[in-house]
Design a binder for this molecule. Structure first.
Ligand code: ZN
Length: 325
């Protein structure tokens, strides 16, 4: 398996927008966004809640399907430059049309058209996971779930939950998850980033999803780690995101390697790469530097990611072929 080819399962589309991209769109629309940027031109983020505020302020300039078309091309080009041949991006109808179904379908059509072009131009395949934003509340999540159910198919292959996981309980969103499940969409749910091991346990109890976003806080509970290993739940780990936001103090203390050693299926992604000054190449380089990982470990996490991808089987077979050539 070629280790220069990578699979990324945890990438927020708006979160992958570079500061330059957002500045350019803001300039064109005459929107003043100077307060979200630091003096060095990067996003200014102080902590997790502030990160969400900056993220939402940056996303607010993306107000038309054309903006998302440009964003998608920019993000897929950048990802392909770091060796990514398949990525799943979290797509939010809250940001794409405010949860309105007709508006969402326009945004999705624009994204899908560009994704198909990028596949031809850059050799990267993109799929989407429609994602509810937890801190927008259960009522809004129903509109998001309807958008997901109505667009389930080739591009939209999963349903997820992101946002502030310290708010509410996963079961508060049961209507949305039931709706998405009826449409045949598997789940990837953010938990165990900020919410502690308890949030991972609650998420497993409520939905037993095949994938959990982050999940790293599970490390504080050995029984839970054993349960994750037993159920084969795949964790979408994003180490640089955790470091920048202060979930863990440094690379050495990141639980990724310990979770893997305990038999938990782990994968590696960038989450929101420009916010965390990372990309997939840098993540792999850091894994090599701090954990001594090499081709065997990289091949293993890539295989895990391929098996955990929510795409249809024909696409999985195609990506598998690309990995081995
Ligand atoms: Zn995330």
């Amino acid at each position: 398996m070629a280790i220069d080819k990578k699979i990324e399962l945890h990438l927020h589309l708006e979160g992958a927008a570079t500061p330059d991209f957002i500045r350019q769109i803001a300039f064109e629309k005459k929107i003043d966004l100077s307060k979200i940027f630091a003096s060095d031109g990067r996003y200014a983020i102080r902590d997790f809640v502030h990160f969400l505020q900056v993220y939402e302020a940056a996303s607010a300039v993306l107000s038309r399907p054309e903006d998302y078309a440009r964003l998608t091309r920019s993000v897929l080009h950048a990802a392909s430059e770091t060796g990514v041949i398949y990525c799943e991006t979290f797509l939010s109808p809250d940001f794409c049309g405010g949860g309105d179904l007709a508006a969402w379908q326009d945004y999705l059509a624009a994204i899908e058209e560009v994704a198909d072009q990028a596949q031809r131009d850059f050799g990267i395949t993109m799929r989407g996971i429609v994602t509810l934003v937890r801190h927008f509340g259960p009522d809004q999540s129903k509109r998001v779930a309807r958008c997901a159910a109505e667009s389930a198919g080739r591009m939209i292959c999963g349903f997820g939950m992101a946002g502030d996981e310290t708010i509410g309980h996963p079961r508060d969103f049961a209507w949305a998850f039931d709706c998405a499940a009826e449409a045949g969409l598997p789940f990837s749910i953010h938990a165990g980033e900020w919410g502690g091991a308890q949030s991972v346990r609650e998420t497993l109890d409520a939905y037993n999803p095949p994938r959990i976003g982050h999940g790293v806080q599970a490390i504080s509970d050995p029984e839970l780690v054993a349960r994750l290993a037993d159920t084969g739940t795949v964790l979408e780990c994003c180490p640089s995101s955790n470091l920048v936001l202060g979930v863990v103090p440094n690379w050495q203390s990141h639980p990724l390697a310990r979770l893997r050693d305990a038999g938990v299926k782990v994968t590696v992604s960038t989450d929101d790469p420009p916010f965390f000054n990372t990309d997939m190449r840098r993540e792999f380089a850091a894994l090599e530097q701090h954990f001594g990982w090499g081709p065997a470990e990289f091949a293993e996490i890539t295989k895990t990611a391929l098996e955990a991808a929510f795409c249809d089987e024909a696409t999985r077979a195609e990506i598998s072929k690309q990995l081995t050539t």
